[in-house]
Ligand binder design. Sequence first.
Ligand code: SF4
Length: 307
Amino acid sequence: MLNETDAASGKEEIKEKFISIIEKFIGLAATRLSDDVMARLEEMRKAENTPLQKEIYGSYFENLKMAQELKRPCCQDTGMIQFYLNAGTAFPYLSYIPEVLKEAIRRATVSVPLRPNAVDFFDEKISDDNIAERSPWINWELIPDSQEVEITVYFSGAGCSLPGQARVFKPSDGIEAILPFVFDAVLGPGINACPPLLVGIGLGHNIENAAVLSKKALLRSFGRHHSHPKGAEFERRIMNGLNSAGMGAQGLRGNQAVMGVHIESSARHTATIACAVNVSCYMLRRGVIRLKSNLSYELPAYAGETL
Ligand code: SF4
């Protein structure tokens, strides 16, 4: 039977292993785009035909290749770090997670490195380790009885956070009212967010539920559509409309503007239609790791990669 000292040292050993895995995972997600994002960018590169657009996509891919080879972040803005968790209630180290994520960020700020971006809201002092009030941002969903945890890390850069908007419409405005709202957000400030963009749209009943859904829409991998046929049709229509604007990579005229339009929705109040728009730049850094109860892991978004 373990005495208290043995138990404490075993606990620290597990925590240390967990921190080390997450630190390396953060490093991977900062330096390599996930496979579906790379495949989508390849498709987009082939669909552009002007010398300038070819040049821009060429430099994107050269930058991504060098980042992977040199093990350096693929963009200098490593953003505010956000975690989205699907956490099994029977995962044995559930209570360690907040501390593990913070410590992993602290270490990754040095080892990757991540740019210190977190500024105290009122004192305007920058934290040198990316740990600050509610930073990293952690969003939990609990999965009853599961022994596993899935952690998605998202690097929320400034350029692609600036176009974000949310608004609540009246049902008398009709669901079509979201179209000019989305187009203005994406084709206005979105041009500064290093296009091509992924557009996440959250549809729900109030501001905060639409905003969370708009971020979850960005976390969905390419190739999947809204589960409701009308939602999927809305995604197609908005994507075709945005692409017809001829924005191109870096906003320098081309055949396409967006990598995709993803909608996530929830039930709404009879008297509201809430819509939030969230945008990611082409440097869509969202990584996923799945951990089992013995801390073995899978990296579903990165074929052939280990930590
Ligand atoms: S918009 Fe994206 S690619 Fe451009 S500087 Fe910001 S994080 Fe980097």
